[in-house]
Design a protein around this ligand. Structure first.
Ligand code: ADP
Length: 322
């Protein structure tokens, strides 16, 4: 293998640039030519790429987002779109592709390999941490710190005004961000889609907290809980118990910002190992970690795996919220 390509795809995550930098510099170190492909699979289909060298990725390790930009590509969902993408790779002599993204991007990469024999390696990067087969994805730790900072600020106001705050955090269908931010922020309740708490119980919890003399409360709600996130909980508390609730939806602020140390280190490790996996002859894998050791998980096995929520941590949160 002489030439490889690298792209970022799907939702952006802090640390994608650190991963890109590691891929480019490892590739050059190992004597490969490396192409940066802009705007994910859509840019690949359109041939929007350029040769990258070590200086192309100077000064990006500390930057959030992705300097390659990212895109969703309708065309790549269909076989003819993937055929175009494979043709662009062939035309540039690119034999291996590193895909930095989430599970949708990996499904696309697996299809590109299956149909056209392109060697692909995925690097898990999404703040949601919903990718099975790895301990943690790039961006998760940064998103936690951003969301926790917001919860801490709201706590000041909640405590000063005897208020009940609902804080909705991101996570798509997963509650990992909510769980960790809720524990670290000392939330009175953490509502996640994986273990749905009946709304009646949420109302009882707030009543009980009142009775125990708690004057302010913060409840962290995952956006995927109850099908509608914090708004559904707000309505239940108002209608069933007459509680006046302030709802704060953190939204996309959680996706931005400079990556924290752990995300940069993880991105550097996974970027390095992605290139080494291509050189070692891996055909279609995700590089990840299992208890911090590097792993290579076949992309074809990922749809069958699921990343459960840490139920013990949920239980601990409930015990500590007295
Ligand atoms: P993420 O990678 O963050 O999960 P998406 O699910 O939006 O984000 O996927 C990113 C892109 O990957 C999509 O726009 C599409 O081009 C491609 N993709 C996703 N799922 C598939 C699939 N099942 N088959 C082919 N391509 C896919």
């Amino acid at each position: 293998m002489k030439r490889i390509g690298v792209l970022t795809s799907g939702g952006d995550a802090p640390g994608m640039n650190a991963a890109l930098r590691a891929v480019v510099r490892t590739a050059v170190h190992d004597g490969l030519t490396v192409f940066g492909i802009y705007r994910g699979y859509q840019g690949l289909i359109e041939g929007d790429l350029a040769e990258f060298g070590p200086r192309s990725v100077a000064n990006v390790i500390q930057r959030g987002g992705t300097v390659l930009r990212t895109a969703r590509s309708e065309e790549f969902y269909e076989a003819p779109g993937r055929a175009k993408a494979a043709e662009v790779l062939r035309a540039h002599g690119i034999e291996g592709l590193v895909v930095i993204g989430g599970d949708g991007s990996f499904r696309g990469a697996e299809a590109l390999h299956r149909e056209h024999g392109v060697k692909v390696v995925g690097i898990p990067a999404t703040i949601d941490n919903d990718i099975a087969g790895t301990d943690v994805s790039i961006g998760f730790n940064t998103a936690l710190d951003v969301a926790l900072d917001a919860v801490d600020r709201l706590r000041d106001t909640a405590a000063s005004h005897d208020r009940l705050f609902l804080v909705e955090v991101m996570g798509r269908r997963a509650g990992h961000i909510a769980l960790h931010v809720g524990v670290a922020g000392g939330a009175e309740a953490i509502l996640v889609p994986e273990v749905p708490m009946p709304l009646e119980r949420v109302v009882d919890l707030v009543r009980d907290a009142d009775a125990r003399g708690k004057t302010s409360s913060i409840i962290v709600v995952a956006e995927g809980a109850y099908g509608g996130g914090a708004r559904v909980v707000e309505q239940a508390l108002r209608e069933r118990a007459g509680y006046e609730v302030r709802t704060v939806i953190l939204g996309h602020t959680q996706r931005g910002g400079s990556p924290v140390t752990r995300d940069r280190v993880l991105a550097s490790r996974l970027g390095f190992h992605a290139v080494r996996a291509l050189l070692a002859g891996d055909e279609a894998v995700m590089v990840g970690t299992d208890r911090r050791q590097i792993t290579h998980v076949p992309l074809s096995s990922l749809p069958g795996l699921s990343k459960g929520i840490d139920e013990e941590l949920l239980e601990i949160a409930a015990v500590l919220a007295v």
